[in-house]
Design a protein around this ligand. Structure first.
Ligand code: ZN
Length: 293
């Protein structure tokens, strides 16, 4: 009886494991993100924090953009200027998943990507990555990994919207571009379902993009190319709609706040959490960090 009571008490008081899913929709302009018919994204928006005025890297291309998302710093620090990832200062500015694994040994981070260079360059040093082919396969593999309880932090990358933009134009006025967004929304639904089935875990879902575009092009320092969105949805998340300056570099600090991990100022992260409050560094470490800076 005592054993049963203890087991029951443990089951009741057990703290659910906190995990993070980052959904990256390549090449999605903020206005198309708002205007497309996306029931799954809409329900995440409704119950979460959202900005439709986030900026991506000054070089609005996938290499610099995804590196800013995953390292928490802007391009003048991480050094990636194009899709070749040449100049990436990985030692100084590793991915935030690497930082999380240092803070919490045993943490498993990985990526399922359509665009392989993200895996090679940002997950090569730490964690696993797979590139199973098209967006449908990406969604399927990612949902399977979540279902098996494997990753603690998972980055999922879809490429169909960027492809539609390069083919027909980056604009909410282009039906094919909007349709591509709506198709990804179906995959977002699959991933959300996989996450919700993990009832003994608490998941933060973050959704963002690496750049927008204009005509059939992107890469310029103009609002159409640089304005993206950031959506956070998870237990305890506020329904904030901040109107001030926000950026894709807010992804890393948001994940850290949700995981209860402090951000060390020596990492020089450029963003701040969306929908959550940052965890302060323990006093002793804060003094050491200040002296070290
Ligand atoms: Zn592109």
């Amino acid at each position: 009886m005592l054993g049963f009571t203890l087991a029951l008490a443990m089951a009741v008081t057990a703290v659910p494991v906190r995990k993070v899913l980052i959904i990256g929709i390549d090449g999605l302009r903020s206005d198309a993100f708002r205007l497309a018919s996306t029931p799954n994204l809409d329900s995440l928006k409704r119950d979460g924090a959202l900005t439709e005025h986030a900026v991506t890297d000054v070089v609005a291309r996938s290499g610099p953009g995804w590196t800013s998302v995953l390292t928490g710093v802007w391009g003048w620090k991480h050094g990636v200027k194009d899709n070749g990832f040449g100049g990436y200062r990985a030692g100084e500015y590793p991915s935030f998943l690497e930082r999380a694994a240092e803070a919490r040994p045993g943490l498993v981070a990985g990526a399922v990507v359509n665009w392989k260079p993200i895996g090679v360059n940002l997950f090569g040093r730490h964690g696993f990555w797979i590139a199973p082919g098209d967006d449908g396969a990406v969604a399927e593999e990612a949902a399977a990994l979540i279902g098996r309880g494997i990753p603690d932090i998972l980055f999922v990358h879809f490429d169909g919207v960027d492809h539609a933009g390069h083919t027909f134009g980056f604009s909410p006025k282009i039906p094919f571009y909007l349709w591509a967004v709506e198709k990804i929304d179906g995959y977002v639904g699959d991933l959300t379902k996989a996450v919700r089935a993990r009832t003994d875990e608490e998941w933060l879902i973050l959704v963002t993009s690496d750049h927008g575009g204009h005509f059939r092009h992107h890469g310029d320092n103009v609002p159409t190319d640089r304005t993206v969105f950031l959506l956070a949805n998870g237990p305890g998340c506020s329904r904030a709609r901040p109107t001030g300056y926000r950026g894709v570099v807010d992804v890393a600090p948001t994940a850290f706040a949700f995981l209860g991990l402090p951000v060390d100022p020596r990492w020089q992260w450029d963003g701040r959490p969306l929908g959550y409050t940052a965890v302060p560094l323990p006093a002793g470490e804060a003094v050491a960090a200040a002296l070290d800076k």
